[in-house]
Design a protein around this ligand. Structure first.
Ligand code: MG
Length: 392
């Protein structure tokens, strides 16, 4: 027997697909940012892949807002933009790995499956010693029948069927060839594209914890599968802000511009309502105040649109694995009348925070011509934010 020198283990990269917006029922934000056990769903897969000894680099495919909510990425990881279809997203990730050799290995994983364990990764990589493609599958436990409308038909032999999960593991060159030849082919996973090349795909045991997050009720299933407590605490924060009324400035309140003889003076757009709301959310997080995060001394915030401050605060909630249950904003002004603008302000705040309209309250009051607001020297705003945060 001749002995060959042991070849070095091939490099392994991961592609994490987090490009979908998760618009199916029950999610107020991209589902990959839903909190699960104190961190966003996406973070579970990212931590599992980045923490695996064999995986030295990764590409996260996600929109900029999702990437920003997860930042910073682990060492060796980069981000790529999603494409129109799933395989366009994989194609963008493959382009980001252009300087990797065909002999490298790659795992393609769907961020909507947070329950990834090192064991599954180990099994798939081991299968690639003798194969170019390996996928995790599970048996079908239920009886299956053909069905037409509400008419149940013949039993389908479930012993010949399997449920397919991710991650799916490939030799990088094989996956490249599969995608290069797949323009216009509709496929729900990568193994299908590889099989079109005539390449054998090895099925390895999957894991029930790789349950896919599709509907809101899947969150409770995943929490059970992953052994996560569902304990949360309620946190309430308040915010208060005042800006001076001056001539020659636009009037921004609650994220909308209101026609008026005067506008509010300040370093940013001086949106007193959004400032109070931003401070309320930061207050509930015990995360300082708006001036800590956006110092008035910093010229980059001169004239800044305040929706950026509010979106930042919402991002801090998501990053903690929390969610905004409710916000209540009161504008205190003698003039202009705020009432006619309340629906537009509510809608705008709901949009900025990515929470349903019924969780946003906007009220207005005068101070009966008393004090600085009564004398029309300025406008004040108060806000209360109620958050749900993971127990830690
Ligand atoms: Mg202010």
């Amino acid at each position: 027997m001749s002995e060959s020198a042991p070849s070095p283990a091939p490099r392994v990269a991961a592609i994490l697909l987090a490009g979908g917006r998760g618009t199916r029922a029950g999610f107020a934000r991209p589902k990959q940012l839903e909190p699960l056990g104190g961190k966003p769903v996406l973070r579970w897969s990212l931590d599992a892949l980045a923490g695996h000894d064999a995986i030295s680099a990764g590409v996260m495919v996600a929109d900029d807002d999702v990437t920003a909510a997860i930042a910073p990425l682990p060492g060796g990881w980069i981000s790529a933009a999603p494409g129109a279809e799933r395989q366009d997203s994989v194609g963008n990730a493959l382009a980001a790995l252009a300087d990797w050799g065909d002999d490298a290995l790659v795992l393609v994983h769907d961020a909507a499956r947070p329950g990834l364990t090192a064991d599954v990764v180990d099994r798939l990589l081991a299968a690639l010693h003798d194969a170019d493609a390996a996928i995790p599958t599970l048996p079908v436990p239920d009886t299956l029948v053909a069905q037409s409308g509400n008419a149940a038909g013949d039993v389908v032999d479930r012993s010949a069927l399997a449920r397919v999960q991710t991650p799916q593991a490939f030799r990088l060159g094989t996956l490249r060839r599969a995608h290069a030849g797949a323009a216009g082919v509709a496929a729900t996973d990568d193994a299908q594209l590889v099989r079109r090349l005539g390449v054998a795909v090895v099925a390895m045991p999957g894991d029930a914890r790789l349950h896919k997050l599709t509907y809101a009720e899947d969150m409770a299933i995943l929490a059970g599968l992953l052994g996560i407590g569902t304990m949360t605490r309620t946190a309430v924060g308040m915010g208060y802000d005042v800006h001076r009324l001056v001539t020659g400035k636009p009037l921004w309140i609650g994220g909308i511009e209101i026609a008026h003889s005067h506008g509010l003076e300040g370093h940013s757009d001086a949106d007193v309502g959004l400032h109070a709301l931003t401070d309320a959310i930061l207050g509930a997080l015990a995360d300082g105040d708006i001036g800590d995060h956006f110092p008035p001394s910093d010229p980059q915030w001169r004239g800044a649109a305040s929706h950026r401050f509010l979106a930042f605060a919402a991002g801090r909630v998501a990053a903690r694995g929390g969610r905004i249950d409710h916000v209540d904003l009161t504008i205190i002004a003698e003039a202009p009348k705020i009432g006619p603008h309340r629906p537009a302000i509510r809608a705008r705040i709901s949009e900025i925070l990515a929470i349903p309209l019924e969780r946003v309250s906007v009220k207005a009051t005068t101070t009966e011509r008393l004090g600085f607001t009564g004398r029309r020297e300025g406008i004040a705003a108060q806000a209360v934010a109620t958050l749900k945060l993971p127990e830690n």
